[in-house]
Design a protein around this ligand. Sequence first.
Ligand SMILES: *Cc1c(COP(=O)(O)O)cnc(C)c1O
Length: 376
Amino acid sequence: MAALADRLAGGLEAFERGGLRRARHVAQGDAIDFSSNDYLGLSRHPRLIAAAKAAIDAEGVGARASPLVTGYLGIHARAEERFASFTGLPRALLFASGYAANIGILTALADRSAEIFADKLNHACLNDGARLSEARFTRYPHGDLDALEARLAASTATLKVVATDAVFSMDGDVADVPRLLAACERYDAWLVLDDAHGIGVLGATGRGVLEHHAARSPRIVYMATLGKALGGYGAFVAGTPIVIDWLVQRARTYIYSTALPPSVAGAAIAALDVVDSEPHLLAALRRRVAEFRAACEALGVPLAPSTTAIQPVIVGDAARALEISRRLAARNMHVVAIRPPTVPEGTSRLRISLSAVHTRPQVEALAAALAEDLRS
Ligand SMILES: *Cc1c(COP(=O)(O)O)cnc(C)c1O
């Protein structure tokens, strides 16, 4: 037993030396949070809170079973209908989380005979889903769709699946969905889009990456999470009836997992209602992004080319990123340092995310603090 524990202790020491040891901090109420994914501030919105409470009163705290047993409740059916109409896709299916949804989609769609093509910077759970599927797993350099096409052309697999973040979670850039779709059409592949950071944020009315690019296709399998701009927890997949029915039959993370709590489904419906009825929230987020970028530009703070809520400042060295994050914390600004293996070696960064709940003075103060802390 001592040897087993020593092995872990040695690993932990190595993380510490490399500036890669992770630690949790209980979220402080007084610091300004520039790291959450609560882009529209919906996690504390009174309408979501009221909807969650009402769902508990009506249906209880837990769903009591997985959806194919007795856990599929009226509120789940209503949420799925609402997601389908919100995204303009025929059908939708609720999952326990984005992580579970991506694992379920890829393992259900792809098998040993398939090849999955994935952007190098995709979220970890798309990679895990691809590995678990036992399909051939081919990653192409970030955003390099010529490389993707070359790999699709060279593939002998009888079933092809392209999987990509729609908004890259650590960079904030948006995938070129029209070109991806054209490539998928040429090589007859499914296109799995993970819009975790696009729903509520992209498109004229916050419907996400499909609205942003005016993209539509029966080969799109669309996944979006409820834990980011929509303020709650969980995820849904939307697509054609055939795809959704297939997932109900074969997505193991759907079949073998307890259905979402009614309160979570209720809050999700309320979140879509708020996105539709309070467009000033999305407008405020967009103003904060523009103000923050303008202030950074004026002060010489290097920004990544992102127009979304995610505004990373690439620092490079992990220890330096951590040090700058500490200095910002001393100013009551919470900005996490993101280090390998979440991001590639040498690209440690401050992952700043902006929200409709921030004010103009707050985002301008952050830009000024960054300018100072990056200089010293
Ligand atoms: C957060 C995230 C997920 C995971 O979603 P959860 O609901 O938190 O499990 C999946 N994909 C991307 C791109 C994400 O950013």
